[in-house]
Design a protein around this ligand. Structure first.
Ligand SMILES: [Zn+2]
Length: 497
C-alpha cells in the first residue's frame, strides 16, 4: 500500500475546525443528501505517494486499490489451482459418463480431455499471468491519470485546440466531444501494448491467433472511427439534455439511452458487424433444414441463417442470435462448424434459443435500462456538488458537465457498479443452467458432448478456484454444467418413460 498521511486544510468555511473542537455544528434536523455529501468532503487534503490530493480523489484511489487487492487475491488463488499438476478427476469422471452413455461406442471425449489437460493448464496460466499484469498496469494508469492531473490537462488541451477553431469555453458541448476524442486516443495508446501482446504473443503461442498485423491495424482504425461517429453525436445529445432540461433531466437522459440501446441492437449486427466480418447465408442442406424445423417447433421467428468468418481472427468458436420481434437471425461461426457435429450444433442452438424462450434476453435488456436509469438518477443527486470535483483539479465554479459525469462514475458509481456486476454475473450463471435444461427439454441428446468438444478446442479451464469462479465466471465451470445436464437428462428420460 502507498504511504499516506492526512493533512487537513484549515478552511474557515469548512466544518472541520468545529469537529476538531469536539462540538457538533448546527445541522438541519434531517440532513439533505447534498449536506451529507458536503460533510464527507471537506477540502481535507491527503498525501498519497508524495502527492497532496483532495478527499474525493483519495477515496477513488483507495477504492481502486482495494478492488485491485481483492481481485489480485482471487487471481493468485486461481493461479495456484492452475499451476498445480493435480488432475481434474471430477471432470474426467463426468466426461467419462458421456462416453459410457454413447450407444455407438465411438465417443472418446475423456481421452481427448485428458490429452489436452497440460495445454489447457499452460494456456490458463498464461492468461491469468497476463490478467494480473493488465490489472496492475490498469491500476498504475488509472491512478497516474488522476494524480498527474490528466483530466484537467486534457480538458485544457481541448480548450486550446477548440480556440484554433474559434470555439470559446461557452461551446462546452463541442469541447466535450473534442475531450472525448482525446480521451479515446489516450486510452487506445495506453491499451495498445496489452492488446498487441494478447493477440500476437499470448493467443499465438497457444495456436489461436489468426489475425494478421494488417488486419489488426485495420480493425483498430475502423473501431476508432466508429467510436467517434456513433459516440460523439450521442454524447453531444446527452450533454445537451443534462444542461437544458432542468431537474428531471435524468428521465430524458434515460429515454435517450433507451432509444440508443434499441438502435444499437438493431444496427450493430446488421450494419456494424458486417464491416468486420463476412456474413454468408448457411447453404441449403440437412443442417439448415433441421435448424429451421427446430426454430419453428418453438415458434421462434427465424428469418435468416448465417455463417460468419470468425476464423480470420481466431480459432475460438461461437454462435449467437440477434434481431427484434418477428425478424430474428442466427449466426454460426465457421470455426464452430468444424469442431462439432450437426446434432451438436442443434443442441447448442437449443441452448441459445432457451435464452430467448426463457426471456433472458429481454430481462437483460430491462436490467440494463434500469441500471442506466439508476445511474442518471444518482448523477442528478450529485450534479450540484462541484466542490467534490475540485479535488480532481477543476475549478469548482465551472466543472464541465462531461467531467462531472466521468467523476461521478469513478467516485460514487464505481463501488455500486462492482456490486451490481457481481449480482448480474450470478444471474447469468443461473441463466446458463436454465438454458441448458431448456435444450435438453427439447429432446437434445448431444449438448454435453457438444459443450465438451468446444471446451477442448478452446482449451477452456478444467479446474478453477471456487472463489475465483464465483466472482468472475459468467458461465459455470464445465464439470458443474455437465453434472447438472446429466441430472436433467435423467429427469427428462424418467418423465418420458
Ligand atoms: Zn448461454
Amino acid at each position: 500500500m502507498w504511504p499516506f498521511e492526512p493533512v487537513p486544510v484549515m478552511d474557515p468555511t469548512s466544518l472541520l475546525p468545529t469537529f476538531m473542537l469536539g462540538q457538533l455544528p448546527d445541522l438541519p434536523a434531517c440532513p439533505s443528501f447534498s449536506t451529507i455529501l458536503e460533510w464527507s468532503n471537506y477540502d481535507c487534503n491527503v498525501k498519497v505517494a508524495g502527492f497532496s490530493v483532495g478527499f474525493s480523489m483519495f477515496a477513488v484511489i483507495a477504492f481502486t486499490c482495494s478492488v485491485f487487492a481483492f481481485e489480485l487475491m482471487l487471481d493468485l488463488r486461481q493461479r495456484a489451482v492452475i499451476s498445480s499438476d493435480e488432475q481434474p478427476t471430477k471432470l474426467y469422471s463426468v466426461v467419462g459418463a458421456i462416453d459410457a452413455a454413447d450407444k455407438t461406442k465411438k465417443s472418446n471425449l475423456k481421452k481427448q480431455i485428458m490429452e489436452k489437460f497440460v495445454s489447457s493448464q499452460a494456456y490458463g496460466l498464461d492468461k491469468i499471468n497476463f490478467s494480473i499484469f493488465s490489472q496492475f498496469y490498469g491500476l498504475i494508469e488509472g491512478c497516474g491519470f488522476m494524480l498527474l492531473g490528466a483530466y484537467p490537462y486534457l480538458w485544457k488541451l481541448s480548450i486550446d485546440l477548440g480556440a484554433k477553431l474559434s470555439w470559446t469555453e461557452a461551446d462546452e458541448i463541442k469541447l466535450s466531444c473534442l475531450f472525448f476524442v482525446l480521451m479515446t486516443f489516450a486510452g487506445e495508446a495506453t491499451g495498445l501494448p496489452l492488446s498487441i501482446y494478447s493477440t500476437f504473443f499470448l493467443e499465438k503461442k497457444h495456436g489461436f491467433n489468426k489475425t494478421t498485423p494488417k488486419l489488426f491495424v485495420k480493425d483498430k482504425i475502423q473501431s476508432i472511427i466508429l467510436t467517434f461517429a456513433i459516440g460523439s453525436p450521442v454524447l453531444a445529445l446527452l450533454l445537451y439534455i443534462v444542461k437544458s432540461t432542468g431537474e428531471l433531466f435524468y428521465l430524458y437522459a434515460w429515454a435517450l439511452m433507451f432509444v440508443f440501446s434499441v438502435t444499437m441492437m438493431t444496427i450493430y449486427p446488421a450494419f456494424i458487424m458486417p464491416i468486420f466480418n463476412k456474413f454468408d447465408p448457411l447453404p441449403e442442406g440437412d443442417l439448415k433444414t433441421s435448424i429451421e424445423a427446430l426454430a419453428s417447433s418453438i415458434n421462434y421467428p427465424l428469418t435468416k441463417l448465417f455463417i460468419i468468418d470468425g476464423s480470420k481472427r481466431s480459432s475460438h468458436s461461437n454462435a449467437f442470435m440477434f434481431g427484434f420481434g418477428k425478424n430474428k437471425r442466427i449466426v454460426l461461426f465457421d470455426t464452430l462448424m468444424k469442431q462439432v457435429t450437426n446434432d451438436e450444433i442443434l443442441s447448442i442452438l437449443g441452448h441459445e434459443l432457451g435464452h430467448w424462450a426463457l426471456s433472458h434476453t429481454l430481462v437483460n435488456f430491462v436490467v440494463t435500462q434500469l441500471y442506466f436509469g439508476a445511474a442518471f438518477f444518482g448523477y442528478g443527486l450529485c450534479l450540484n456538488t462541484n466542490y467534490l470535483y475540485s479535488a480532481f483539479g477543476f475549478d469548482r465554479d465551472s466543472v464541465p458537465t462531461l467531467i462531472s459525469l466521468i467523476l461521478f462514475m469513478l467516485y460514487f458509481w464505481a463501488p455500486l457498479d462492482k456490486v451490481i456486476s457481481f449480482l448480474l454475473t450470478i444471474n447469468t450463471r443461473m441463466a446458463e443452467f436454465a438454458a441448458d435444461r431448456y435444450s435438453i427439454g427439447l429432446g437434445m441428446k448431444t449438448l454435453q458432448s457438444g459443450l465438451t468438444k468446444i471446451h477442448i478446442e478452446n482449451l477452456g479451464s478444467m479446474k478453477s478456484d471456487k472463489w475465483y469462479s464465483t466472482y468472475h465466471y459468467s458461465h459455470p465451470p464445465l464439470a458443474e454444467r455437465l453434472e447438472a445436464m446429466a441430472v436433467e437428462e435423467k429427469r427428462v428420460a424418467g418423465k418420458s418413460k
